[in-house]
Structures are given as structure tokens and as C-alpha cells.
Design a protein around this ligand. Sequence first.
Ligand code: ADP
Ligand code: MG
Length: 315
Amino acid sequence: MTEPSLPAIRVREVTRDYRRPRTSLTRPAPVVRALRGVSLDIARGQRFGIVGESGCGKSTLLRIIAGLDRPTTGSVQVEGVEISRLPERRLGFLRAQLQLVFQDPMGSLDPRMPVADIVAEPLVAQGHRDNAARVRELLEAVGLQPEAAERYPHQFSGGQRQRISIARALAPDPRILVADEPVSALDVSVRAQVLNLIADLVDRLSLTLVFVSHDLSVVRHVCDTVAVMHRGEIVEIGPTEQVYDAPEHPYARQLVAAAPRLRAALAGRTAADLAAETLAARSDLTRPDASPDSPRPTGSHPAGTHSEATPKDQP
Ligand code: ADP
Ligand code: MG
């Protein structure tokens, strides 16, 4: 067995340089230094948020942690195993331990596959058969009806599609869930519900969460610890409340000062208030398939309303 104090994820001095195509015959190819020496520990059960503006290296760091990309230099350990130099064929253990949810659920779900096959995909990859019962259980866990299993991604709203990707991520019973901007492509009115679902599942399944967003209020909603990234480096790291209430690094201060919804939250409004406000702001559009994204039956909001735009420009 591994020692209990071992962090779920340990990153040491990781750099990642991307070589851009040459623009001149005489000068060397330009290099983008996406990560410039990132170190962090994520404890088991921690809900670790990473914030920072677009292009600061958040997705690059997640891809490296998930074994989808390799660092130029540095070390990455997941559950004590050094993954940065593992050959492809030995990354199977990582797929069982760590699963990902991406920003764009439509882009990451095969449009030709029924939901049952999409959700069972990681199980099939691991050699499991007869997955129908497991798929039913997973759909229920993410708040979808059993009938969803026979339908196709385009028949769902954006929020529901993100529930399908969450169900698929949970299928192999991972210990670590990595989410890259999981609600950024969703309509504001369903963000709080999908965030609550993630927080709830992380809690119930005792998962370690690594959660990236450019939106500080979203990270505040689900994370106990936050790292602020700036130009490929982590400039501040600490308990979420502390970093948001009293940021120390000049860039972290700037980021917090520029987040209006966060300022509202710090002024006393809770995540539940924000969720209630977004629900109240929804129009009265009724959609028959809206139920899983509808508010929980608290009695204080009209159920079944749905104003979410369905992205049509994606494959
Ligand atoms: P974030 O997720 O914070 O928006 P990324 O990790 O996607 O940032 O990108 C960090 C930097 O690395 C950006 O300058 C981006 O253009 C560059 N980059 C990311 N992926 C590649 C790639 N495959 N090839 C070249 N440059 C890349
Ligand atoms: Mg990104």
C-alpha cells in the first residue's frame, strides 16, 4: 500500500516549451514557454482550483498531469508513480486513477454514439462487459433519466451533455477528477447546477478534484485551495478564502479586483444566492428535456424552465 501522507498529485519544476513553426530561414524557430517551472502538491481529497487568464498555461498543466502531454523538464507523480517518462502503454493505470471533464461537452462526445455507449466507453477500454447496470447507476448519479441511455448527444441541452461527460468520467471509478473549464461553455443559468453536481459527487465519492477556470467565482464555489497562475508560473497558492480575501501577489490582487461576481460574493452573497439569482433571471421558455437541469424541488422556483442556448456550430 502507498503511504497515507503521499499526495494524490506532485508536480516539481515542470516546464513545457512549444516550438512554433519557423518564420525565417536564418533565425531559430520561436518557442512558447507555456510552463516555466511549476511545482505543487495536491493532497488526497483536496479540491484544488487553478485560476488565471486565458493563455497562462492552465490547460497545458492539466494535460501534463493527465498524461496527455509531456513536460519539457520536471517531474509529475500521480499516486506516487512518476508519469512524465512512462511509456504510452503503461499509462493505463493513470486512466483508472484519473479522469477528465473538458469545457466543450459536444466536442468531447461522439455524436454517432448513444449515451449508453459513450458512458461505458472507459469500461469497455478496461475490458469490462455487461455494463448496462453500471451505466444506469451513473446516469442516475448525474441526474439523468434512464431513458437517456438510448438517446444521442444532440438530443440534450449543453448542461445535460456535461452531465453525460461527468458520468463517463466517473465510470471507471477514478480517485481523481480533473476538470478544465467544465462550465465555461454553459449558459449562466445552468452553471450553478452543474457546479453543485460536481461538488456533490466529489464529496460523495471522496474524490480529489483538480479544477481549472478563468472565472474566480466558479472556483470559489467548489475549491478549498486555489493556485493563481500567471504566464506559466504559479504566483500564489493557498486556502481559497484567504487568497480571495487577501491576495498577496500583485497579479493575484489584480485578478481578484477584476472579478465583479466574486466581489459580490465576498460582499456576503453565497453561492446559493447566486444560483437563485441566475434561476430567477431565466426566461419562461419551457423545454421538455429540461428536467435534469431544472432546480431541485425547493418549491421556491418554477420548475421546467430553460433558457440555455444549445451550441449548434459544433461537430
Ligand atoms: P490556458 O488554458 O491557461 O488558456 P494554455 O495552456 O492553453 O493556456 O496555453 C498556454 C500557452 O501555450 C499559450 O500561449 C498557448 O498559445 C500555448 N500553447 C498551448 N498549446 C500549444 C500547442 N499545442 N502548440 C503551440 N503552442 C501552444
Ligand atoms: Mg485552457
